[in-house]
Design a protein around this ligand. Sequence first.
Ligand SMILES: Cc1ncc(C[n+]2csc(CCOP(=O)(O)OP(=O)(O)O)c2C)c(N)n1
Ligand code: SF4
Length: 285
Amino acid sequence: MAVVSAAKFNTSISPTWCPGCGNYGIWAALKQALFELNLEPHQVLISYDIGCCGNGANFTRTYAFHSLHGRAIPPAVGAKLGNKNLVVIAVIGDGGAYGEGIQHLIHSARYNVDITVLVHNNQRFSLTTGQATATTPSKTVTPTTPFGEIKKPINPLLLSLDSGASFVARGFANDGQHLAELIKAAVKHQGFSHVDILQPCVSFNKENTNEWYRSVIYKLDSHKYKADNLLRAKEKAEEFEQNGKLPIGILYQQERETYESQIPQLAGEPLCRQSLEGIDCLAKL
Ligand SMILES: Cc1ncc(C[n+]2csc(CCOP(=O)(O)OP(=O)(O)O)c2C)c(N)n1
Ligand code: SF4
């Protein structure tokens, strides 16, 4: 019998994340979003980074590519250029997205490739037991910062706004319904979508706990906050630094031509279906 729920995106393998990990909420919201978008597993390609978040590759039934650390975005871009009919998503941690592979976030935002990047932001390199990343707050003690982090954290939403991302949002792992709505909007958006997801890591981040997040998070009211203004979005992105509050929701959305829509060779049939007949690859050598 056909499965007609988000469970159709399950594999036979159960998640191995720590009990209480925020990755469970993100995983459930992602499957719910794909289900509500009426997508079938074969219509979706998820490129996973290395890390706890990347282990979702084993538990989620879609096409999947498990990349190198910090490199989930380039294969996602390649997949989209190769088959524009696929829904393409990159799942990546803050260590990979905002540290080791930060250039890929900046450039694919600038290109406005039509992919969705979901960052599991737990403010630690969690799979390798909790070292500081680029989003770890100053003064935090971790295995690599035993006397407290002395560097200033980066603001990932400001970074992608400044890089030209046409959809920028922030979600919370443990507010599944709200997060599923954000993921749906991000996937539907034609262009580069960046969703930074606040994700409690119960094993290696004892500061940014579920309770702490709930005390500082508030939802953007779409009747009062219009996400069409870059300056306003930047102000929202910086609110935590100003008043200690973390707005979740869509901060910015703008229609802008995608990279692939401007390349004549990508018009018509997806590249992977185009015939190579009559093309002499060595002609100009
Ligand atoms: C090129 C490379 N550098 C470092 C590592 C070691 N490594 C594996 S997982 C990981 C931490 C991942 O942290 P993050 O990207 O934040 O994801 P999380 O585990 O928190 O989900 C590191 C540093 C690696 N596998 N490859
Ligand atoms: S180490 Fe942290 S991020 Fe990794 S599975 Fe455990 S709680 Fe989740």
